[in-house]
Design a binder for this molecule. Structure first.
Ligand code: ZN
Length: 187
């Protein structure tokens, strides 16, 4: 499968709008997260290959998981959500975070979960191998938030060790580097 690690503002797809906005703001962090959106199928599929590598596991994602109402914002998870934690949460709790593609019926693993703690509605946003892009509406914001936070807690010690190493030498990577690595190591 082709990977799209270069940003390309001319590609018109469902991510173009948010990508153009990030380009305008020079938001490299957001642009890198959009690379995860576009390549989520491949990144999920090859999780076993990169999950053991801290520098990829702890790539921070810029996800909009915050819901604001009346000046108060509530987040589904605190702090940066890391790629490895996010992907692992989906894969280990498919009953809550995956759904069937309405076009072909295959399992879709989302690149984002957005929702409202008030209505409880969560949109699982994803793309499928068959080309379908969209979201599935589910209910149960609170239980998904609890699961994601618990997964973050599980990764805390590993994160602390990684941070210590990163103090000595820059370790943190990007989605762009992960995609290059996947490309170079594809069989
Ligand atoms: Zn499909």
């Amino acid at each position: 499968m082709a990977v799209f690690y270069m940003q390309n503002a001319h590609t018109l797809d469902s991510f173009s709008k948010v990508e153009n906005e990030a380009l305008r703001l020079n938001d490299e962090f957001k642009l890198d997260t959009i690379r995860f959106f576009r390549n989520s199928v491949e990144i999920y599929r090859r999780f076993n290959e990169w999950k053991g590598m801290d520098r990829f596991y702890f790539i921070p994602l810029k996800l909009s998981m915050t819901y604001s109402v009346g000046g108060v914002s509530v987040s589904m998870a605190d702090g940066p959500v890391y790629l490895g934690t996010f992907v692992r949460t989906t894969l280990e709790h498919p009953d809550m975070f995956s759904f069937c593609c309405p076009e072909c019926g295959k399992v879709v693993y989302p690149y984002g979960y957005n929702g409202s703690p008030l209505s409880g509605r969560v949109d699982l946003q994803g793309i499928c191998n068959c080309g379908w892009q969209g979201y599935e509406i589910v209910s149960g914001w609170r239980k998904r938030s609890d699961v994601l936070k618990a997964m973050q807690a599980e990764d805390k010690l590993r994160m602390a060790k990684f941070k210590m190493k990163s103090l000595l030498k820059k370790q943190q990577s990007t989605i762009k580097e992960l995609l290059l690595w996947l490309d170079q190591n594809s069989v």
